[in-house]
Design a protein around this ligand. Structure first.
Ligand SMILES: Nc1nc2c(c(=O)[nH]1)N[C@H]1C(S)=C(S)[C@@H](COP(=O)(O)OP(=O)(O)OC[C@H]3O[C@@H](n4cnc5c(=O)[nH]c(N)nc54)[C@H](O)[C@@H]3O)O[C@H]1N2
Ligand SMILES: Nc1nc2c(c(=O)[nH]1)N[C@H]1C(S)=C(S)[C@@H](COP(=O)(O)OP(=O)(O)OC[C@H]3O[C@@H](n4cnc5c(=O)[nH]c(N)nc54)[C@H](O)[C@@H]3O)O[C@H]1N2
Ligand code: SF4
Ligand SMILES: [Mo]
Length: 731
């Protein structure tokens, strides 16, 4: 029950006071329970459809409201990600609305970690003055805005920074999927395909865990595939929780997935199991790639990956035979989203392997989803800001990175160099999560202006000159969310309860008012409702209807499987040979690339990943989620027993983890489920903000050990190019 303030007892008291009091002390359980049910029934429960903000999936939710307070959530049955179910984070994160640790009013920094309240008007005025001064002195290239792109921000944030003349809009993908996105984009013309899992016969997951990095409907689809006899292979240096549904686990040496995919591609060609007709019709450059593949034999890959040549050959042949209903799932962050120097090339090789299976836009294969056709504001009445005539910072260094997302950590690098002067962070804990926190702190301290817009005192907020308090997602309306997929649709986040803290404001209002203070209010001369109405216009759905239903799918607009769309690559085909890569100074065909660093006999590689009960740093301060961590010691790092024995370490021991960047102490879980070369660090502990009373002091700050770095292809953070030594300490 979410509504912690109203306990069962006080609730019953309030609603059926006389009846309950009259029976108190003498009532049987049945009587008591009947009274309770009656009391519940007599209170009106409003059900408001909206969307979760517990992670980037933004599943559909139904908020149940009793006595004006959020009472409980359930999964929206029509939303394609929830399909009636929510994960633990979805339920738990909703308690944020009543958290004691929220930011309740605008704050101005008056010293290290010290803040004073400031009025909204004064905060806007001071921020605007400082932004305009920076623009006057250094030009608009010296200002930036970074976020996790969710519904409203996706439209308002780039527009806001562009209204000020700057293209410097960035997203968290630099530590998420920048590498995969770049690899897929220049190969298939999209940063990610989706997977028709439930109809697939042979599914390989390379560092993607449906069982940990949960989206409820993905787990359901995988269970359906399993029930219909699909082979499910997990490639992961640790046995993740998708293991419950898998037929095979390949405990790969971390950082060597590229070698595995190259060798499997080699086998497809050698065994003539690639889809030659598909490749002739829909691809360019296959000959060059096939020549390059010649040397990547399974025996060569065995040496690098630790997976036997026989197993590589067997799986490649079986996948080739099962085509087109076989696929490597497109992955997200795990193996090649942002981790290694070879991550972009791994992304490219995975996209190409799927093309060799001819599974693109096929049942049981990789899908280019359809998008709903939405409208826009009338640009005569609501002028768009002019597009700056220069590219965003980072583009020159990383032209292959997906431009819309950019390379967010370039802001920190340029702050160090004195080129960047201002950074706005909305819905982002960049200071702790995007790069080495020591580096990020130093970089942010060099800026003339840092603004954080958050709901709690994150590490990034602590480094800000001004903190602007957003309302929580339970208390706000947002921009319509496009749902792309086999069947496109739309979803709306809407206010479930009135705002709890009167001085908080929703982001659309914050941007509008700040733009007005900066003198560019003309670009925000509309309300969120007007914008939503304009977006809905071509769909035939009314705003009222959308508010009532929350999620609306368009089955008549479903994509037709078996029909290849024209791709958005320069050649409009799958590019086995990429001129874009060549122009950027890289090999036009995929080649093997070594990871930057490798552990020795006495050291380990740090790897990381999700736990089903947390989302990055944003859930660490949620008591009912953090309690699960505490109850099960989930913050422990994982070590293989063979290595633990060598080091005299036993399960549960306190150990010291030392890298080139930091030293930490943490308890260890000794388990066969992790590769001997790797230490697995669950995400996302090691909160340092004193204001997050529940989160502070639990576990281990992964990013503290990660050297600040950019992968050469996509600019992503290389966050697993980290070597550590571990020793037992007394404790
Ligand atoms: N519970 C939970 N779910 C989430 C999120 C969350 O924070 N918490 N966040 C959402 C977001 S933003 C994202 S990007 C997705 C991420 O979704 P995933 O990419 O599936 O999640 P991760 O747990 O980061 O990584 C998956 C697996 O990659 C493995 N891995 C690490 N290194 C290697 C390697 O070198 N090779 C191979 N083959 N595997 C490796 C890890 O052991 C881990 O089990 O999850 C989304 N869902
Ligand atoms: N060790 C380790 N590190 C990782 C990962 C990992 O697997 N392991 N995964 C990486 C991945 S995949 C990603 S995507 C990144 C994510 O990195 P981020 O996108 O920075 O995610 P969080 O760390 O959760 O920080 C989100 C911030 O937004 C705030 N917030 C939450 N809700 C709201 C809201 O409604 N309004 C506003 N204004 N703010 C809000 C939160 O309080 C928090 O400060 O982390 C990466 N870092
Ligand atoms: S996967 Fe869980 S946390 Fe993420 S949006 Fe869905 S219910 Fe919320
Ligand atoms: Mo992510």
């Amino acid at each position: 029950m979410l509504d912690s303030k109203i306990s069962r007892r006080s609730f019953i008291k309030a609603s059926t006071a006389t009846a309950v009091l009259a029976t108190a002390g003498t009532a049987s359980f049945n009587e008591w329970s009947n009274q309770y049910v009656k009391a519940s029934e007599s209170t009106e429960i409003k059900e408001i459809p909206s969307t979760c903000n517990g992670c980037s999936s933004k599943c559909g939710i139904i908020g149940h409201v009793k006595n004006g307070r959020l009472w409980k959530l359930s999964g929206h049955p029509d939303h394609p990600y929830s399909k009636g179910k929510l994960c633990a984070r979805g339920h738990g994160y909703a308690t944020l609305v009543y958290s004691q640790d929220r930011i309740t009013e605008p704050l101005k920094r008056v010293g290290e970690g010290k803040f004073e309240p400031i009025s909204w008007e004064q905060a806007y005025k001071e921020i605007a003055e400082r932004l305009n001064k920076i623009i006057e002195e250094h030009g608009p290239r010296a200002i930036s805005l970074t976020e996790d792109p969710r519904a409203t921000g996706k439209f308002y944030s780039p527009r806001f920074i562009q209204a000020l003349g700057s293209p410097n809009y960035y997203t968290h993908h630099v530590v998420c999927s920048n590498s995969r996105d770049a690899g897929f984009l220049h190969t298939l013309g999209t940063t990610a395909t989706s997977a028709d899992i439930s109809s697939s016969k042979y599914i390989m997951f390379i560092g993607r865990s449906y069982g940990d990095a949960i989206r409820p409907s993905s787990v359901q689809s995988l269970a359906e595939a399993k029930d219909s006899g699909a082979k499910i292979v997990i490639v992961d240096p640790r046995l993740n929780n998708t293991g419950n549904l898998a037929t095979e686990w390949l405990a790969i040496r971390p950082g060597t997935d590229l070698a595995l995919v190259l060798a499997m591609s080699h086998v497809l060609v050698k065994e003539n199991l690639h889809d030659i007709e598909f490749l002739n019709n829909y691809s360019i450059g296959f000959e060059e790639y096939a020549n390059e593949l010649d040397k990547y034999t399974p025996v060569w890959a065995e040496e690098l990956t630790g997976i036997s040549a026989d197993v590589i050959t067997r799986i490649a042949i079986d996948m080739g035979k099962a085509k087109p209903k076989s696929l490597i799932e497109q992955s997200w962050r795990g193996a090649f989203g942002c981790n290694y120097e070879n991550s972009t090339e791994t992304g490219r090789a995975v996209a190409l392997f799927n093309a060799m299976l001819g599974n693109l836009q096929q049942k049981g294969g990789s899908i280019f989803g359809g998008k709903p056709k939405l409208g826009n504001l009338d640009s005569k009445k609501h002028p768009n800001p002019q597009e700056p005539d220069f590219k965003k910072a980072g583009y020159e260094e990383f032209p292959l990175a997906y431009y819309n997302n950019g390379v967010a950590t370039i802001v920190a690098k340029e702050a160090m160099e004195g080129k960047m002067k201002a950074a706005i962070f909305y819905h982002s804990n960049a200071a702790l999560g995007y790069g080495n926190p020591k580096y990020m702190k130093e970089a942010l301290s060099k800026l003339d202006l840092v603004v954080a817009i958050d709901v709690q005192m994150s590490e990034t907020a602590l480094l800000a000159d001004y903190i602007l308090p957003d309302v929580s997602y339970i208390e706000r309306d947002e921009l319509i969310e496009e749902l792309s997929g086999k069947t496109p649709g739309i979803a709306l986040r809407q206010k479930i309860v009135d705002k709890v803290h009167p001085k908080t404001k929703p982001i659309d209002v914050i941007y509008k008012e700040l733009a007005e203070a900066c003198g560019v209010g003309q670009y925000f001369n509309f309300t969120l409702d007007e914008l939503n109405e304009a977006m809905l216009a071509p769909t035939g759905v009314t705003y009222k209807e959308l508010r009532k239903k929350g999620t609306i799918m368009f089955p008549d607009k479903a994509i037709e499987l078996g029909v290849m769309p024209e791709l958005k690559t320069p050649s409009k085909k799958v590019e086995f040979y990429s001129d874009k890569f060549k122009e950027a100074g890289f090999s036009p065909v995929v080649k093997w690339v070594e990871p930057k660093v490798s552990p020795k006999q006495d050291s380990f590689r740090l790897i990381t990943g999700k736990q089903a009960i947390h989302s990055h740093t944003q859930t660490a301060n949620i008591p009912i989620l953090m309690q699960i961590t505490k109850d099960y010691d989930l913050e422990r790092i994982w070590m293989n027993p063979a290595r633990a024995r060598e080091l005299g370490i036993k399960d549960g021991d306190l150990v010291e983890v030392k890298s080139s960047e930091a030293t930490s102490t943490v308890h260890v879980k000794v388990t066969e489920k992790v590769h001997p070369e790797a230490i697995f660090v669950p995400s996302h502990y090691g909160i340092t903000s004193n204001y997050q009373k529940t989160a502070k002091g639990v576990g281990f700050g992964y990013m503290e050990h990660v050297p600040f770095d950019f992968e050469a292809w996509s600019g992503s953070g290389n966050i697993q190019e980290v070597i550590v030594k571990v020793r037992k300490v007394k404790g």
